[in-house]
Design a protein around this ligand. Structure first.
Ligand SMILES: C[S@@+](CC[C@H](N)C(=O)[O-])C[C@H]1O[C@@H](n2cnc3c(N)ncnc32)[C@H](O)[C@@H]1O
Length: 259
């Protein structure tokens, strides 16, 4: 793994930000949240508490900020951090269009500099959940949460990485990489659509890490593309993602009693 993954990923996201404006506009305009690459509906997944009034929340790796906005619409006080200035420009422009009180911060979700135990709820959708080193950002999320606080994060399912060719071509039915010792992937030099450096772990490693950091697992979800899905998104064909789990969601809790 490249040691400079933070700078690599920041530069890639700054350069790529214009490609995500239309997607961001569509997600900010949704009446009800839709999650991940395939737009699975919140009514089915239930990633957010229905009523978030009175909750202090943080989105880690917020990108264009639509998850932050969904939480604000449910009544939460929202802080949202991202390492890319350009992505935050999109988020702030959409905040101005839609009107909301979200505090957007430019910074690294692995070391936010925010106060300890300041939040009741933390979330990441393809943000810190895949672009940050798992042990580092999970330790930071645990530090930020109050006792009984919850962390929900969505990212790629490990099987989607195993079935993705080393050259970045779309996933297929072949096991292209070992599962054992999975850490993630460096997509910076691949032939097809190079991106950055992403992290993922085996299920056993995720579970061991949650226990080491101090989280308990409340719920785990494996997501598929909806039956109506077509095309290829993030190098995963729809037909693949209907048969194999393409995304996973972990729902974690920091033990303790809320005050
Ligand atoms: C696919 S976006 C996900 C965010 C949001 N759900 C969206 O789609 O707009 C990934 C974001 O993670 C951010 N990111 C990558 N590394 C980060 C880090 N170390 N700290 C904070 N944000 C980071 C990138 O800048 C990018 O905006």
């Amino acid at each position: 793994m490249k040691q400079d993954y933070l700078a690599v990923n920041r530069d890639i996201w700054n350069a790529d930000a214009p490609q995500w404006v239309a997607f961001a506009e569509a997600r900010w305009a949704l009446a009800d949240p839709e999650w991940g690459c395939w737009g699975n509906p919140e009514a089915k997944l239930r990633l957010l508490p229905h009523d978030m009034s009175g909750l202090d929340t943080i989105e880690l790796g917020c990108g264009t900020g639509y998850v932050a906005y969904w939480m604000a619409k449910r009544g939460a006080q929202v802080t949202a951090i991202d390492i890319s200035e350009q992505q935050l420009d999109t988020a702030r422009a959409l905040q101005a269009t839609h009107g909301s009180q979200i505090t957007f911060i430019e910074g690294n979700a692995e070391a936010t500099g925010l106060p300890v135990a300041a939040f009741d709820f933390a979330i990441s959708e393809y943000g810190a959940s895949i672009w940050c080193q798992p042990e580092v950002w999970l330790t930071e999320a645990w530090r930020l949460l109050r006792p009984a606080g919850r962390l929900v994060f969505l990212g790629n399912h490990p099987i989607s990485l195993i079935c993705s060719p080393e050259n970045g071509a779309p996933a297929d039915m072949t096991l292209h990489r070992p599962y054992r010792d999975m850490w993630g992937a460096d997509w910076t030099q691949v032939a097809f659509e190079p991106t950055g450096i992403c992290f993922n772990l085996t299920h056993e490693s995720w579970m061991n890490l949650f226990a080491k950091v101090g989280f308990t697992v409340e719920r785990y979800q494996e997501l598929y593309a909806p039956e109506k899905a077509e095309g290829t998104r993030a190098a995963i064909p729809a037909d693949w993602a209907k048969k194999y789990s393409v995304e996973q969601v972990w729902h974690l809790a920091k033990p303790g009693q809320s005050s």
